[in-house]
Ligand binder design. Structure first.
Ligand code: HEC
Length: 160
């Protein structure tokens, strides 16, 4: 009897203990990697000049204000797919207010994710490119984004 009460207790309180712990870890990580406002400003200046024009053309339809939707976005089917993409894309990363982006991660993590996606060629998603044949990044755009992300990561590391 006593044993089962104990087990019940653990079952009820276990998740609380776990979540309290992970919350703490989360905050600690955030504090350690918080870049300075000056560092972020520098990254944004470079972003506005070189990268934003590319993002506007190739990424904003999902990660931005969503105003510049492609023609097929009004057709039922593509429309639903597009709306679903936008909702999901913006939840991950929202470019509409410049750098640092609105996101669930840190500025550094965002830069790393952008670098990874562009390196892998997995953004914009393939299903988007199937309908939007000029939506892919050109080699030059690809290089501009990668150079910016790499330089910015270094910059944010140097300014504690
Ligand atoms: C057709 C809509 C669409 C376009 C256009 C698009 N994305 Fe995405 N993006 C998504 C979706 C949806 C996700 C969420 C992950 C998934 O389900 O693939 C995502 C996720 C991401 C992530 C991962 C964020 C994270 O938290 O891990 C990055 C980085 C990203 N996109 C960058 C870009 C860049 C850079 C461009 C332009 C070159 C771009 N995307 C264009 C739809 C889009």
């Amino acid at each position: 009897m006593l044993k089962s009460i104990l087990i019940m207790f653990l079952l009820v309180l276990g998740p609380f203990a776990l979540s309290a712990h992970s919350g703490e870890e989360h905050q600690k990580n955030k504090m350690e990697s918080a870049p300075s406002p000056e560092g972020l400003k520098k990254v944004n200046e470079h972003y506005l000049k070189q990268v934003k024009p590319i993002f506007k053309k190739k990424c904003f339809s999902c990660h931005g204000s969503g105003v510049d939707l492609p023609w097929y976005a009004v057709i039922p089917g593509p429309k639903q797919l597009m709306e679903w993409d936008i909702k999901k894309a913006k939840k991950h990363l929202d470019f509409s207010r410049d750098f640092p982006f609105v996101s669930h991660a840190t500025p550094k993590k965002d830069l790393q994710a952008i670098l990874k996606m562009v390196r892998e060629g997995s953004m914009p998603p393939l299903r988007f490119l199937l309908m939007h044949w000029d939506g892919a990044l050109t080699l030059e755009e690809d290089q501009v984004i990668q150079a910016w992300a790499k330089k910015s990561l270094l910059q944010l590391q140097q300014t504690p």
